[in-house]
Ligand binder design. Structure first.
Ligand code: AMP
Length: 138
């Protein structure tokens, strides 16, 4: 599959559709997932146009994992979950739905399971408040 320049994350990067920004730098962007699997669920993406881990330039991947580590630390500080999961899906068979490389950073709680592709969209005001909490912990 070739990179679709109109995928939703490419459009977020171009500022064509809104997101709740947590952090950005020259190479990466972190923003709230609109269907969070737990409060604080954040996505980290490279600015580079890569659909998955296989096509990502190594420098873009390195920058993205650096930002992911930083965001994970901020989420831990802001939400104090007992666990924190990093997930990154490649291909339809893995359940990837947006074909721009992204890392999920998801707080986890013992005994609370979830479906990676279930769950409702949450209120924009709540996402905004969660993004502010994580930004304050950066
Ligand atoms: P994946 O299934 O790994 O490709 O994950 C895609 C993620 O993007 C899902 O968790 C969606 O909830 C999330 N998502 C889709 N559209 C948006 C959007 N406009 N803003 C933020 N997150 C989104």
């Amino acid at each position: 599959m070739s990179y679709d320049t109109d995928n939703i994350f490419a459009r977020i990067l171009r500022g064509e559709i809104p997101c709740h920004r947590v952090y950005e730098d020259a190479d990466t962007l972190a923003f709230m997932d609109i269907m969070p699997k737990a409060p604080g669920h954040t996505l980290v993406i490279p600015r580079a146009s890569a659909e998955d881990i296989f096509s990502a330039p190594p420098e873009a991947l390195a920058a993205t994992i650096r930002t992911t580590q930083r965001i994970a630390a901020a989420i831990r500080k802001a939400f104090d979950p007992p666990g924190l999961m990093i997930a990154q899906l490649n291909g339809l068979g893995a359940g990837q739905t947006v074909f721009h490389l992204h890392f999920h950073v998801i707080p986890r709680y013992s005994g609370v399971d979830f479906d990676m592709h279930g769950g409702p969209k949450v209120d924009s005001a709540m996402l905004s408040a969660h993004a502010a909490r994580i930004r304050a912990a950066l």
